[in-house]
Design a protein around this ligand. Structure first.
Ligand SMILES: Nc1ncnc2c1ncn2[C@@H]1O[C@H](COP(=O)(O)OP(=O)(O)OP(=O)(O)O)[C@@H](O)[C@H]1O
Ligand SMILES: [Mg+2]
Length: 279
């Protein structure tokens, strides 16, 4: 099957052609497969958001190309189709919620697709059910927790039935519980609904759940691969300004105390299993 998203030699410069031009991406190559859970990480200013904004045509390449299901984001005529395929969720849910009732908010996206009222209702019902928001359906988003608001924003995107959802640091403003809740739902959308997920995050304990992780540095893809192998490359991870998942930190601490543990541990259950075996 063809990739869902293809990025070919993508460069992007903000305020190109002016003295204040900022080259945010340089010659990025990347493919995103259907159904994959991709995490994109990297320190502040490394180009994650700039890259992600090309996936649904919020930005268009300065050089190179970005294709979504073969459609170039540089062609204006392709943008509506591309936005139906790729939905975006941002850091701050307050900027994405507009209605005074949760279900109206979820309906906003599908209403703009020109669907029949019946189809809209079905999609809203389904999105609310998948994200388990039934109890909040008639609430005002203003009275929800930040985590609940983010789930409503995700439901609104889900109701557009995209193939792929791009989430740009969706848990940055959330407390640990909200963060866990949002992450669990994102993982469920990937596993159970088959939605391709692209998660931009600073939290390594979120990134460990992906199939593949990309580390950006100064506008380039610096590392790429399944997360377990990546965190084994300790020096490189540190030099890219990243930290380690909690389980990897704990395993390293135990290794330094002479306990024999594998060097690719990233999930808490892996430590528990190893320690149980060691007794
Ligand atoms: N609207 C803009 N105008 C000019 N420069 C910008 C703009 N947005 C981003 N940049 C610059 O582009 C580079 C990449 O920024 P980008 O926001 O893509 O990074 P990021 O990895 O998402 O960072 P963060 O982790 O802080 O969200 C940075 O040097 C940034 O200052
Ligand atoms: Mg960003």
């Amino acid at each position: 099957m063809n990739p869902l998203i293809e990025v070919r030699d993508l460069s992007y410069t903000y305020r190109a052609g002016t003295s204040g031009g900022v080259k945010a991406l340089s010659r990025v190559n990347l493919e995103v497969k259907h159904g994959e859970f991709l995490a994109i990480t990297g320190q502040n200013g490394s180009g994650k958001s700039t890259l992600a904004r090309h996936f649904n045509g919020l930005l268009t390449p300065s050089e190179g190309e970005v294709l979504v299901e073969g459609l170039s984001v540089a062609e204006r005529a392709n943008i509506p189709a591309i936005r139906r395929l790729v939905g975006m969720v941002f850091q701050n849910p307050d900027n994405q919620l507009i209605s005074s009732v949760v279900e109206e908010d979820v309906a906003f996206g599908p209403e703009n697709l020109g669907l029949s009222p019946f189809e809209i209702r079905q999609r809203v019902d389904q999105a609310i059910k998948i994200l388990k928001l039934e109890n909040l359906r008639f609430e005002s988003p203003n009275y929800l927790s930040e985590g609940q608001k983010q789930l409503v924003a995700i439901a609104g995107v889900l109701a557009m039935k995209p193939s792929c959802i791009v989430l740009d640091e969706p848990t940055a403003h959330l407390d640990p519980r909200g963060r866990r809740e949002v992450l669990e739902n994102i993982r469920r959308l990937n596993r159970e609904e088959g939605i391709t997920i692209i998660l931009l995050t600073h939290f390594m304990d979120e990134a460990i759940h992906c199939d593949r992780m990309i580390v950006m540095n100064r506008g380039k893809v610096e590392m790429e691969g399944p997360p377990a192998g990546m965190f084994r490359q300790r020096d490189q991870i540190l030099s890219l300004g990243l930290n380690f998942p909690v389980a990897a930190q704990l395993a390293e601490g135990l290794r330094l105390r002479g306990i024999d543990l594998p060097d690719d541990i990233i999930h808490p259950e892996e430590i528990i299993n190893c320690l149980c075996r060691l007794k």
